[in-house]
Design a protein around this ligand. Structure first.
Ligand code: HEM
Length: 333
């Protein structure tokens, strides 16, 4: 159900752009939709980050997976149970750049015997990492449409990516790996029963959407060979707020752009916001110094408290009558 629905939404988006652009809606698909998508993206990200920043975090709740800092002769696991800001930063860098927690992931399976087997889940980590890096490389390469002059590192990434010099225009390694890894992530969800059971439309949708973006991008570059000069006029027009819609850009480009617009507009309200959330997650950004520092809620205000001593003063006579132990006896009169 979730799969069909997500696929149907992506197909509907493709068809909407296909017929819309064919019917001459270039201004709508080339300018208005991108502006709406950018506004929703920026506004949504700011909204989500403010929501997170405003949420009270009254306890230290870092995820711990190793020995906390304790007595000097007990080895402290600095990365898995960081106790200082510095250690948190190192853990965060390894998490963001190498997906360290996913690397340590294990799965268990019942096999013949019957026996439980623990296995290292390396393929998910590898595909996830490769997918994210290729996505980044593709985004960096796309900067050539939005910059004038194009920065040197964009050319550098382009040259490295087309290292194999296969085909004309040169095939980018990142394009191939992007398609292969997104397909892997999708197929994995479909064929592993436990993963399929917990998957929702919002899990399938980004995968179908990314696949469609990749395929339309590849069609634009390698098959329909869009006029890149005109594309650049359009994109520069958007970012300089002097929109123009040059004639003669192929329909497939507008489909690509529309799908990217859908992705950007939807991004802040979806699970894809993990990209920003990882930095604001108290399970990741707090050191575990519960036993080192006394943590007092910053919003604590002076509260009138009733101490035990006062309580006993109040009820001493009744407590003694009821046979309850007291700290101070009744004064002799
Ligand atoms: C999430 C963002 C995007 C992704 C994942 C994506 C993905 C891709 C992929 C995989 C290709 C194949 C060739 C290549 O890698 O260069 C491509 C090509 C292309 N994309 Fe995108 N794209 C994105 C955003 C955009 C945007 C915002 C534009 C607006 C101009 C755009 C315009 C193009 C064009 C014109 C090509 C053909 C490039 C060429 O002929 O060299 N893409 N895209």
């Amino acid at each position: 159900m979730g799969i069909k629905f997500s696929l149907a939404v992506v197909v509907a988006l493709v068809l909407a752009a296909l017929f819309g652009a064919r019917a001459g809606g270039h201004l709508f698909f080339g300018v208005i939709v991108p502006y709406i998508a950018i506004l929703l993206f920026l506004g949504g990200v700011v909204y989500r980050v403010l929501q997170w920043a405003r949420s009270p975090v009254p306890f230290r709740i870092p995820t711990t997976a190793g020995q906390q800092k304790s007595l000097p002769w007990i080895p402290h696991s600095k990365l898995d149970n960081p106790s200082t800001r510095g250690q948190v930063v190192v853990r965060m860098i390894l998490e963001v750049l190498l997906f360290r927690s996913l690397f340590r992931n294990t799965k268990y399976e019942m096999q013949k015997g019957p026996r439980f087997y623990y296995q290292w889940e390396k393929w998910l980590w590898l595909a996830g990492l490769a997918f994210h890096y290729c996505f980044l490389v593709i985004l960096i390469r796309h900067l050539r449409f939005f910059t004038e002059p194009v920065p040197f590192f964009v050319h550098g990434v382009e040259r490295l990516d087309a290292l194999f010099q296969v085909g004309l225009p040169g095939i980018y390694i990142s394009d191939l790996v992007f398609i292969v890894t997104v397909t892997y992530l999708l197929v994995r969800r479909l064929i592993i029963p436990q993963v399929r059971y917990i998957s929702l439309p919002q899990d399938y949708f980004p995968l179908f959407l990314l696949l469609a973006i990749g395929v339309t991008g590849i069609l634009t570059r390698y098959f329909t060979k869009v006029d890149l000069i005109k594309v650049k006029q359009l994109t520069m027009g958007i970012i300089t707020f002097r929109p123009v819609v040059p004639e003669g850009i192929g329909v497939i480009f507008f489909i690509h752009l529309f799908l990217v617009g859908a992705l950007f507009a939807w991004f802040p309200f979806s699970k894809l916001m993990h990209a920003g959330g990882v930095f604001l997650s108290p399970t990741r950004n707090l050191p575990n110094d519960n036993r080192i520092r006394r943590h007092i809620n910053p919003w604590n205000y002076p509260v009138k408290v009733h101490t035990y001593a006062e309580y006993e003063d109040h009820f001493r006579e009744k407590m003694i009558e009821a046979g309850l132990p007291v700290e101070k006896q009744l004064e002799e009169s």
